[in-house]
Every structure is written in C-alpha cells, then in structure tokens.
Design a protein around this ligand. Structure first.
Ligand SMILES: [Zn+2]
Length: 334
C-alpha cells in the first residue's frame, strides 16, 4: 500500500473529529516564509456532530476564484445546529486557502492547482500537502462528499450539479440520487477533459458518494447562484438523513456530455464574440463564437464551430481569449 511508506501529514487539526457538538477551528499547515519564520497556513474548518450517523464532507474554494461554495459553506458553518444533525458534517469553505485569499484559481505560493494535485504528498509543496491531508485524513472519514465549483475568472457556466459515470453502477446511482436531491436548475452526467489528479477521482476511487457543481462564473457570485448553493447543500444533507426535514423539490433539466466533442477550444487569440448565449441550443457545424485578431483591422475572424448538436453550458469569460483556451462547452438533453 502506498500509505505505508508516507510520513504523517504535517497538517494538524485544532478540532476533534470524534467529539459531539459544534467546533470552529483550523487545519494548521506549517509554512515557514520571509514574513513569518515559524508561521502557518490556517485553513478554517467547522465540524458539527451528533451521535451515530453518516458523515458529509462539504468543500468549496478548491479553486480560489469560485465563490458560490464558500458563500454557502461559511453560511452553513454559522447556522448549523448540532441538535438538528444526526451523524457528522465537516465543512471546509476554502480548501486551497492561499488561492482563496489571493482570489486566484491556483495557489500564489507554489502555483499549485489543488484539483490536479491528488493524491498529494506530505513532503511536497503547500498545495500537495493540502491534497495529501484530504486524501489520507478527511476523505476516509466521509460517506458523502460535495465539492462546490464554479467557472472562476475564465469560464461562466449554466448552474448545474453533477456526478460522473463510474465503473461501480451502485456507487454511480447513489451519486446521481444526490445530484437529484441537490436540485440545481441543471443536472449533468459530467465528462472531464482529464480526470487525473482530481479530488473527484480520489473520492470516487475510495468508493465515496461524490457530487460536484458548476454554479456560475466570471469570478463572482450572484444572489441567484449563491441561493442555489445554499438550498442545494441543505437538500443533500436531508437526502443523506443527516438533517431532518423534507427536500425542497426543484425543477431540474438532465443533461449528458457524451464525448470530447462537447469541448471547443480557441485556436487563435483575440477578441471573442459569442453568437449564442448560455442555455441556447446549436446544431453541429454552427458558429458558436468569432475571434477577431486584435493586431489590425480588416482581418477575418477565426470561427469556433459546434462539433455536435447541443446546449451551451459553459463559455469563456471575459472578452479576450488565448489560443488553447476552452471557448465553449456543449451538452445534450437527456
Ligand atoms: Zn473549480
């Protein structure tokens, strides 16, 4: 087993995962640096426990510029009463805390993309140490894992909750029951561009029920998108039997991402003009966007075409685009 030759994590929790009640504390990660010789990264964590029952691990800020998750989870940590809970809720609103504080996707310390750093290393970079702690300490405690994402500063999404197609069909079915309970406006069978190193993959390979979201983007949150996150997390906890009460049923449209033709990438840099908006449908071959060269007038724009019939679920943000950027993502109605 890999675990046997790894040293213990350098991260220590100021909360006791086995104690009942509500505890607000930190995951303290030693980080010696110019402005703090024996300093630490202090990642906020809340644990709310009450007796026997399942454990939900709720996370946001895996990418530091995505805000619906942190908003919903700072709010939940403030309000969740242990008397309402059966089992345990572990809340980490900002997993990659240095990235969250900097308002960037990756860590300003080591440029680490936490969601490409799993399983991590206890003797690696700051980001790898965070990944390792989730891999070997927090994920094993969990039955259900909800990891909030949004588009961040360079993508914008239709609001959806998602799970992945898995080899274990029972695990997959339970994940999609959680997606349905979350009740986002859209629910998706999600295909990843490259699943290697993702938290999602780490949780799924451990047999956990794992769901994720993309709830908006552009590096901010709206009242509507934050509301979807706040309602969704309560619905998932009700579905798991961790808190009492009926799930608030929400209309959702089920979508599928059948293959890599869902993704359209920019092949030239420039000024992007979208000819369709989020939620619009396009036919295969249609022009989704034009990219104008910015160096001169009188040059023809590069066209980004749909490689399949579908609904626009994500688009590049903001107005300038680089070669290789993900320009558009399509999905099909189920
Ligand atoms: Zn993300």
């Amino acid at each position: 087993m890999r675990e046997q030759h790894l040293r213990p994590s350098p991260i220590s929790a100021t909360v006791d995962f086995e104690a009942d009640g509500v505890q607000h504390g930190f995951l303290r990660l030693p980080y010696s640096r110019d402005d703090s010789a024996w300093g630490s990264v202090m990642i906020p964590i809340t644990v709310v426990s009450n007796g026997e029952g399942p454990t939900a691990l709720l996370t946001g800020g895996n990418h530091g510029d995505e805000y619906e998750g942190p908003i919903a989870l700072f709010d939940l940590a403030l309000k969740l009463d242990p008397a309402e809970v059966r089992g345990r809720v572990i809340i980490v609103p900002a997993m990659n805390y240095p990235a969250f504080l900097a308002g960037t996707r990756t860590s300003p310390i080591d440029r680490g993309n936490l969601n490409r750093s799993f399983p991590g290393r206890p003797d690696g970079t700051v980001t790898e140490k965070i990944a390792d702690y989730f891999q070997r300490v927090l994920l094993p405690l969990a039955d259900i894992v909800l990891d909030f994402h949004s588009g961040g500063k360079t993508l914008d999404f239709l609001p959806f909750c998602a799970a992945h197609i898995l080899a274990d069909k029972q695990q997959e079915a339970k994940a999609f029951e959680c997606v349905a309970a979350f009740g986002a406006p859209y629910s998706i069978k999600m295909l990843e561009i490259d699943a290697v190193g993702m938290y999602d993959t780490a949780a799924e390979e451990m047999g956990k029920i794992f769901i994720t979201t993309e709830l908006g983007g552009g590096g901010s949150a709206t009242a509507k998108s934050a509301g979807i996150a706040k309602r969704g997390v309560l619905n998932v906890l009700r579905h798991a039997g961790i808190i009492r009460g009926e799930i608030e049923p929400q209309p959702t449209e089920w979508l599928d991402m059948p293959d890599a033709d869902c993704f359209a990438f920019a092949e030239e840099p420039g000024l992007v003009e979208f000819l369709v908006d989020l939620g619009d449908t396009v036919e295969r071959g249609a022009v989704i966007a034009r990219i104008y060269p910015t160096g001169r007038t009188g040059a023809e724009p590069f066209e980004v075409h749909a490689r399949m019939d579908g609904l626009l679920i994500a688009r590049h943000h903001p107005g300038l685009i680089k070669a290789g950027d993900c320009c558009a993502v399509l999905a099909v109605r189920v």
